[in-house]
Every structure is written in structure tokens, then in C-alpha cells.
Design a protein around this ligand. Structure first.
Ligand SMILES: NC(=O)c1ccc[n+]([C@@H]2O[C@H](COP(=O)([O-])OP(=O)(O)OC[C@H]3O[C@@H](n4cnc5c(N)ncnc54)[C@H](O)[C@@H]3O)[C@@H](O)[C@H]2O)c1
Length: 257
């Protein structure tokens, strides 16, 4: 896909950038001229992907940061890496996340806590750090959170995941109200099912794929580029007056029954 935006001179931080939607977002912003920080807790993968992308987009700064978003010291490490390089973050894409499935009658507190910690709490504290260090002093910034259709619909056997993503929609609204005065917009993307390693087990199930394809008006799952396009739009000048909103990207799945 060709991404037609201009982000020359902008620095973008993308979390969970070693795979799937985050990796595609990194390619998309780079193809539009941005400098990109790719963070991920999978050090080997993020280092390798950043190296590949730098070879392709050598006019841009591409920095890999190995960081676990659930650890305060790792969030600090990301901020330090930014200070050592371009010294600014104009766009934050809070993307790192995990899936988790369990019957609610069997759910454990430990697993519940892990999902909320990564999918919801880390998006909040990453936003807090980047806003305090870079966006509020610059009086400008764009934050894009990654929600899910699971934050809107109740997904059976995924109460923790749905709760975490429903929470992301709510922090998106709260932060947008608080930080508008600093010139920061905060929006979220809500993808349906996207062809990434996150749902590899589901995609390997032919019956599931056949049902989902038929159930989706556009007759296919989303591709990472379908989501990356919206991540670019929210960061662009065309979205200057849009804040606190969540955009559903699901091929029409939630539009009908
Ligand atoms: N794939 C889907 O169907 C789908 C649907 C809706 C929403 N989403 C959301 O999109 C986002 C990206 O998912 P994806 O489908 O690209 O998945 P993915 O598994 O391909 O990529 C997720 C990335 O996050 C990284 N990560 C995991 N835990 C981390 C941590 N603690 N710290 C830092 N990095 C960590 C992983 O190493 C991986 O590179 C997630 O927030 C997910 O909930 C995905």
C-alpha cells in the first residue's frame, strides 16, 4: 500500500513494533518521511526489523529500543533513547498488546492482571511519560492508542481482554479532555480481526476463518495496513480537530448482525 502523508521532521514512537500492526505502522511512517523509534520487548526481533527498515529508509532515523512496556524503568529507557537521538516525540502509537482467552469461571487473578497491565495500564503510563517529557513542553502531540472491537463488543472467553480494551477507549477520552489545552490530540483505533501473529491460532482454524470471512461484510479479515492507514490519518494535520474518538476498522463486522 502507498501511504500518502508527509511526516518529514516528525519523530514517532511505536510500541510493539517488531511484529504485526506495529511493524506495519513503522514502515508506514517511515515511507512518509518520519523518524521512528521502534520499541518492543522482543529485543532480537525489534533490532532485526529496525535494521532492515533503516536499510530501506536510510534518510530517516530508525532506533530500536528493547523495552517491556509493563516496566517503569523500561519506559524510562525509551525516553532516554529519544533524548540521545532526535530529542522529540511528535507522535506516540501505543500498540503493544497481548491476547488472552479463558472461560470467565476459570480466569485467574494473575492472568487478569497481566492483560490489564500490558493492554491498559502501560498505554496510560507510556502516554503520561511521553506527554510530560516531550509533548507538553512542545505544546503539541498526537497520541494514537490501540483499542479493539473487543473493547466495544463483549467477546466470549475474553473478559480480561475486552475490559482492557474498553478501558483504552475510556483513557483515550479522559486524556483527550485533559491534554487538549497542551495541543495534544488523543484518539484510538479499534480493529476487528487482523492477520497478525496475535491471532495465529484462530487463523489456523479453517472453520473459524470460514465463519469470520462470511460474517464480515467485506468478506475478509483486516490486514495490518488497514490499521496503519488510520494511525497515519490521526497523526496528520487532516485530523487536527479530532480528539477523544475511537475509529472502528472491521470491514463492517459490527455494523450488522
Ligand atoms: N490482530 C488482531 O486481530 C487485533 C485486533 C484488535 C486489536 N489488536 C491490537 O493490536 C495491537 C498489536 O497487535 P498485533 O496483532 O500486531 O500483534 P503481534 O503479536 O503481531 O504484535 C504485538 C507486539 O507487541 C510486543 N509486545 C508484547 N508484549 C510486550 C511488552 N510487555 N512490552 C513491549 N512489547 C510487547 C510483541 O513482542 C509483538 O512484537 C495489540 O494491542 C492488539 O491488542 C489486534
Amino acid at each position: 500500500m502507498e501511504y500518502n502523508f508527509n511526516f518529514k521532521g516528525k519523530s514517532v514512537l511505536i510500541t510493539g513494533a517488531a511484529s504485526g500492526i506495529g511493524l506495519e505502522a513503522a514502515k508506514a511512517y517511515l515511507s512518509c518521511g518520519a523518524d521512528v523509534y521502534m520499541s518492543d520487548y522482543n529485543e532480537e526481533a525489534v533490532t532485526e526489523k529496525a535494521r532492515e527498515l533503516f536499510l530501506q529508509y536510510s534518510d530517516s532515523v530508525v532506533v530500536a529500543v528493547a523495552a517491556d512496556n509493563t516496566k517503569e524503568e523500561d519506559i524510562e529507557k525509551i525516553a532516554s533513547a529519544v533524548k540521545e537521538n532526535t530529542g522529540r516525540i511528535d507522535i506516540l502509537v501505543n500498540n503493544a498488546g497481548m491476547s488472552h482467552s479463558a472461560y470467565s469461571i476459570n480466569e485467574s487473578r494473575a492472568d487478569w492482571g497481566k492483560v490489564i497491565d500490558l493492554n491498559l495500564t502501560s498505554q496510560f503510563f507510556m502516554s503520561q511519560k511521553i506527554a510530560n517529557e516531550f509533548m507538553i513542553p512542545a505544546k503539541s502531540g498526537k497520541i494514537i492508542n490501540t483499542c479493539s472491537l473487543g473493547g466495544i463488543l463483549g467477546i466470549p472467553s475474553a473478559a480480561a481482554y475486552s475490559a482492557s480494551k474498553g478501558g483504552v477507549m475510556q483513557i483515550t477520552k479522559s486524556l483527550s479532555c485533559e491534554w487538549a489545552r497542551f495541543g495534544i490530540t488523543v484518539n484510538a483505533v479499534c480493529p476487528g480481526f487482523v492477520e497478525t501473529p496475535l491471532i495465529k491460532n484462530e487463523m489456523a482454524n479453517e472453520k473459524w476463518m470460514a465463519y469470520m470471512t462470511k460474517r464480515t461484510p467485506m468478506r475478509r479479515l483486516a490486514k495490518p495496513e488497514d490499521v496503519a492507514g488510520a494511525m497515519l490519518f490521526f497523526a496528520s494535520d487532516m485530523a487536527s480537530y479530532i480528539t477523544g474518538t475511537s475509529l472502528v476498522i472491521d470491514g463492517g463486522f459490527s455494523a450488522g448482525s
